[in-house]
Design a protein around this ligand. Structure first.
Ligand code: CMP
Length: 396
């Protein structure tokens, strides 16, 4: 077997495979019509049933809390706090309706985004922080201004502060300006008592990165615990309502567009919602007319493809005009050249007698970064039976 081309063997999620989070359960949202049920809904997990660790009143940070005590619910203080009650996420079956907790919730059209005045220095730092964040590059100028105005600076004064606690309700989305944050997932869906209660470390997020979107997007409990690792860090916090109204409609469009499709792709079915959502963020779309070449045999491998619609046919130079394989919606191809750093083993062509073909694709780097967890599955494809070893494969 060829050596893995995935950095670290298991991709960016480290040991995440073995610590799949079952916590993305749906939480009913009172007054929003777009309640979204997570594809990984596990309604019987403790996290789905409530938020037992949520702290009712603490706005302060407890540096020792990360590893010892039940986590505190972090929320930015401030004069123009959105009016979230202190016991917002305290009770079992908490109804996560930020909108219902805001003064303007009953008059949607009257909703005004919060505006937090900033100094020149803050604006300068904020712009620098979001400039490398892909979420912000998708925003038009008006939306970007609303979001920049609504973000609140959150100094994190010590290491080991739990900014987010797995199992809690989601209140804010965060962009990292300074510092590095470790992400832990406990497979039971929430932090449990004891030294390893936060579960396994699965990720690290540094300057320019962001976290805390999943609970807000899916009305689900927090999927992970996020802990500061440095003495002084700076975050920018965006309230849930502005996040949902502004960012979700624009920045996460691609994610929303692809998530139901990716859920149906067998190769990706073992991934967590978070892993699939990162793939969705990275995908691009391309259309091919009947007969157009998607992959040419002998070319270097630059991308990995998932067939979104239409049909594709595989040809090899030694098989003449005969089609050696067909792909349909949800199948993938183009992984072999990337896995083994070899030239394309076959040509993949939009079916000559079909309609337009649409593919979602991710470049080599994204493939290595995001598909590590399913490398083993891809390597199990066996084409030897048909004497067509080396053909870009599908899940058929
Ligand atoms: N491997 C991971 N699994 C789940 N969440 C993750 C992971 N890595 C980073 N995160 C982030 O950690 C956040 C915890 O809160 P959320 O569930 O709102 O959103 C989550 C993601 O933004």
């Amino acid at each position: 077997m060829a050596e893995s081309t995935f950095p670290g063997g298991s991709g960016p999620f480290g040991g995440f495979n073995s610590a799949r989070s079952p916590s993305m359960a749906n939480v009913h949202e009172d007054e929003e019509s777009d309640t979204i049920t997570s594809p990984t809904n596990t309604a019987s997990t403790p996290a789905a049933l409530g938020f037992p660790f949520a702290n009712s009143s603490s706005f302060s940070f407890n540096a020792s809390s990360a590893h010892s005590q039940p986590p505190s619910a972090f929320r930015p203080p401030g004069p123009d706090d959105q009016g979230f009650p202190n016991n917002y996420n305290m009770t079992r079956r908490t109804s996560v309706s930020a909108e219902s907790l805001t003064p303007t919730n009953h008059q949607d059209s009257n909703w005004k985004p919060p505006y937090h005045q900033k100094t020149q220095d803050q604006l300068f730092r904020l712009r620098a922080s979001v400039s490398s964040n892909f979420l912000f590059s998708h925003l038009d100028d008006d939306s970007a201004n609303v979001v920049l105005g609504a973000l609140v600076e959150k100094p994190i004064p010590a290491k080991d502060i739990k900014v987010i606690t797995q199992g809690d309700a989601g209140d804010y989305f965060y962009v990292v300006e300074r510092g590095v944050f470790d992400i832990y997932v406990n497979p039971v869906g929430q932090v449990t008592p004891g030294p390893d209660g936060m579960g396994q470390k699965v990720n690290t997020i540094g300057p320019g990165g962001s976290f805390g979107e999943l609970a807000l997007m899916y009305n689900a409990p927090r999927a992970a615990t996020v802990v500061s690792t440095e003495k002084e860090s700076t975050l920018w916090a965006l309230d849930r309502v502005t996040f949902r109204r502004i960012l979700m409609d624009s920045a996460f469009q691609r994610r929303r567009m692809y998530e139901s499709f990716l859920e149906e792709v067998p190769l990706l079915s073992t991934l967590t919602l978070y892993e699939r959502s990162k793939i969705a963020d990275a995908l691009d779309t391309q259309k091919f007319s009947p007969g157009a070449v998607i992959i040419r045999e002998g070319d270097p491998g630059e991308a990995f493809f998932i067939l979104e619609s239409g049909e594709a046919e595989v040809y090899k130079s030694d098989s003449g005009d005969s089609v050696v394989k067909r792909y349909k919606k949800g199948d993938y191809f183009g992984e072999l050249a990337l896995l083994d750093d070899k030239p394309r083993a076959a040509s993949v062509v939009a079916a000559k007698n079909g309609g337009e073909v649409k593919v979602a694709y991710v470049g080599k780097q994204g493939f290595q970064r995001l598909l590590g967890p399913v490398e083993g599955i891809m390597r199990r494809n066996d084409y030897s039976g048909s004497g067509r070893e080396g053909i870009a494969s599908a899940t058929t």
